[in-house]
Design a protein around this ligand. Structure first.
Ligand SMILES: [Zn+2]
Length: 333
């Protein structure tokens, strides 16, 4: 069956409007004095979406003031910036973003001059992923304009980005370089431990194949020797065709898959409908494109929950760390 999904607004007209507004804002802002750092003495950092915000906060701590362009709970793909946000990019001392994920952010960054522009893809270049890697015949190509953008979901790649953020903060604010180095090292230690937990936890699983609604986990799959079969492409709101659903169902059957993963930001009703069509249970695999309650969860806690959910779905032995089952049966009505 076809799955009805809300269609997106077109991005072109918004992007053009943002460009026009940027031009006028730049002109009016020229009269004001702009020092190297914000009025509060902190490095004024703009982050494009949650994983970049988390790096800025963990590495900058008290020395930075961080603004996230993507509000909690908002889906970041194709984010549309307000004029105020475009202005905040212009005024920032440093901007952390992921080129290719959010075209209007890329455009605003291109127009900001003389800032520390920290592009995550410079530290960890993008590659393309297929919707069903490892399956004969390939299937649809899952890629953004510049490649699959979801590099932050591989802890090792995320660590490389963290390191570049630490280096750039030290350059932009040399008086606190030592603190940035120390904070970066602390975060790298945590990310290395997380990477090791994933390696250990996914070593002896019953099946290496997982099915997900959104092709966000290609880098994670590559790094831990798993195969991602995705119903949709990298854009989580694209619509699966009946033919695609049939392909996924076959891949699930061939590989002993019991569970289909959905992300938290998508309607659970859709998840249940697709799961019922495919005869699979549902569970959450969170692509960390946003965190709903940052006071409760962060990159590290969500990734640990992702590991536990993967272990449960892939049939990890009970003794491996974090293997709490987190699946729920599909709705039967
Ligand atoms: Zn995504």
């Amino acid at each position: 069956m076809m799955i009805g999904l809300p269609r997106r607004r077109t991005r072109t007209s918004i992007a053009l409007a943002a460009t026009a507004l940027t031009a006028s804002l730049v002109l009016t802002a020229c009269g004001g004095s702009s020092s190297a750092k914000g009025t509060d003495g902190k490095l004024n950092v703009v982050a494009s979406f949650y994983p970049m915000e988390f790096l800025a906060q963990q590495i900058g701590k008290d020395h930075v003031s961080v603004t996230d362009l993507t509000a909690p709970g908002v889906e970041p793909h194709d984010l549309e910036l307000t004029a105020k946000q475009v202005a905040s990019v212009q005024k920032a001392d440093a901007i952390i973003y992921l080129k290719g994920l959010q075209p209007t952010v890329d455009q605003a960054v291109d127009q900001a001059s003389g800032k520390a522009k920290i592009d995550a893809t410079a530290a960890s270049p993008l590659v393309d992923h297929h919707l069903d890697e490892g399956t004969e015949g390939g299937g649809q190509h899952a890629k953004g304009p510049a490649g699959d953008p979801h590099i932050w979901l591989d802890p090792a790649r995320y660590a490389a980005i963290a390191k570049s953020v630490g280096d750039e903060f030290a350059k932009a604010d040399p008086s606190h370089a030592e603190d940035y180095k120390k904070n970066t090292d602390e975060l790298l230690t945590k990310l290395t431990a997380l990477d090791q937990d994933f390696k250990n936890g996914l070593k002896d699983v019953r099946t290496k194949t997982f099915v997900t609604s959104h092709a966000a986990f290609g880098y994670l799959a590559d790094h831990y020797g798993l195969t991602q079969v995705a119903v949709n492409g990298v854009d989580p709101e694209s619509e699966p065709t009946p033919a695609r659903l049939a392909e996924v169902q076959k891949a699930a059957k061939d590989n002993g898959v019991t569970t289909i993963f959905f992300e938290t930001l998508v309607s659970p009703k859709l998840a249940d409908t697709v799961a019922k069509d495919l005869g699979l249970k549902t569970a959450v695999l969170d692509p960390l494109e946003g965190v709903k309650d940052p006071s409760k969860d962060d990159y590290l806690t969500v990734m640990k929950q992702n590991l536990a959910n993967l272990q449960a779905a892939l049939g990890a032995p009970a003794s491996t760390p974090g293997g709490a089952p987190a699946t729920t049966p599909a709705a039967t009505s």
